[in-house]
Design a protein around this ligand. Structure first.
Ligand code: GLA
Length: 404
């Protein structure tokens, strides 16, 4: 996806751009604006689809959907976005001919459109119907950076349709709708972390999520009070979930759980690892070891945050990155360079965040070291001959909802 500027100027904020695009294409004002944020994951990677624990938070960057019930009474969904040239229009009744998308196949519509249309379809699968709608989408969430631009589209669309179709679903139910769109309309075999973070985000807190029960607990981070900042280091190496590596990792995890005779890797502890090593080939074992130790690191991080505060979680972040690099093998040289350079420049901890194979890393840094750490990372990328990274700080922010 590229960022087109047809709907306005490149400087327009996402709410302005969504509203302008809606009005340009429909000749009327939308009924409302709904938005949902991207996320970073503080720790707990590739644990969600293993029924494990994660600790993400919503970021300030948001996707906005300007939505209105159609003026012509036709039962159709029309979707347009500032990052695509062509709008897409489909009859609500035809959505079930488009989806589900077979595993590994391309969706039957442009991929970006499969997210909002997939949400409408997933709601329909749950018996939620409503009148035809026009949807115009704009976003500040960088695409392909591992910051959940897709969950943000799903969350904004699901929030809008939930209101306009009077579905009355709660945030967790809307997160499930988003994941279903991602899995069965887009065809990406992801877990539910991103959608839950985008729906349930709160300022200054991370969301401790049990991906089996979907119970959540807000964990205060107190970053500003501690004089700390979280730096996002977007390598600008694009990742794509629906291809290869992610699905292979997921399959290895399922194989590992089945060899151990448990429903999911969540049901193993670090004490089970010696037996796992005896029973499995080396690659499967290392995939299992990552997930089992990462689950424990999430629990440890929550405890350390409570007892000692954000300043003390750096080593857990570093251990998480090493496990993803060496055992799960989802890092890339750009991510390792970002992490290593940030640590060498004084970051308290750093790790890649999200699905891997590109995307972004995060670093926990003193507020007054944001510039020096950023400069060091930029210099390390130049030395390595990599394209310049995009660096910015994020604070935990509110989840999805209606804005206007
Ligand atoms: C992607 C997926 C999530 C999760 C992470 C890895 O972001 O969408 O469900 O699996 O990767 O932790």
């Amino acid at each position: 996806m590229t960022t087109a500027t047809e709907a306005g100027t490149a400087e327009a904020t996402a709410p302005e751009a969504a509203r302008t695009l809606f009005t340009a294409l429909t000749g009327r004002e939308p009924d409302g604006l709904w938005s949902a944020p991207g996320r970073v994951n503080l720790i707990g990677e590739h644990t969600d689809y293993n029924d494990g624990f994660v600790l993400p938070f919503a970021i300030p960057q948001r996707t906005v959907a300007a939505v209105g019930i159609r003026a012509d009474d036709r039962s159709r969904v029309f979707v347009a976005s500032t990052f695509a040239d062509e709008p897409v229009e489909v009859a609500l009744d035809e959505l079930q001919e488009l989806f589900p998308t077979a595993a590994g196949a391309e969706p039957g519509v442009a991929e970006w459109a499969a997210y909002p249309l997939g949400v409408a379809w997933a709601l329909g699968q749950d018996g939620v119907r409503g009148p035809g709608v026009d949807i115009a989408i704009a976003s500040d969430v960088p695409v392909g950076a591992g910051l959940s631009s897709s969950a943000a589209i799903e969350g904004a669309t699901a929030s809008a349709l939930n209101d306009l179709w009077s579905a009355g679903l709660d945030r967790t139910a809307l997160a499930r709708i988003g994941r279903r769109a991602e899995n069965e309309a887009v065809g990406a075999p992801t877990g539910i972390m991103d959608q839950m973070a985008s729906m349930l985000g709160e300022p200054d807190a991370a969301i401790f999520l049990d991906c089996r029960s979907l119970e959540t607990r807000l964990v205060p981070l107190g970053m500003a009070e501690a004089g700390l900042a979280l730096l996002v280091m977007d390598t600008r190496v694009k990742h794509a979930h629906s291809t290869g590596g992610y699905g292979e990792r997921r399959a290895s995890c399922e194989r590992g759980a089945s060899i151990m005779g448990v429903p999911a890797l969540r049901d193993l502890s670090v004490d089970d690892l010696p037996r796992a090593q005896e029973l499995m080939d080396d690659v499967t074992f290392r995939r299992v070891r990552h997930v089992v130790t990462e689950n424990q690191r999430v629990l440890d991080t929550v405890e350390v945050l409570r007892t000692r505060g954000a300043r003390a979680i750096g080593d857990l972040l570093v251990a998480s990155h090493a496990s993803m690099r060496d055992d799960f093998e989802i890092s890339v040289p750009e991510l390792d360079t970002a992490v290593d350079a940030a640590l060498a420049a004084g970051a308290l901890g750093a790790r890649m965040t999200g699905g891997g194979f590109g995307g972004a890393a995060i670093a926990l840094v003193e507020q007054d070291a944001v510039q020096s750490v950023s400069d060091a990372v930029t210099a390390a990328f130049a030395d390595a001959g990599f394209a310049a990274p995009t660096l910015f700080t994020v604070t935990p922010s509110a989840g999805a909802g209606r804005d206007a």
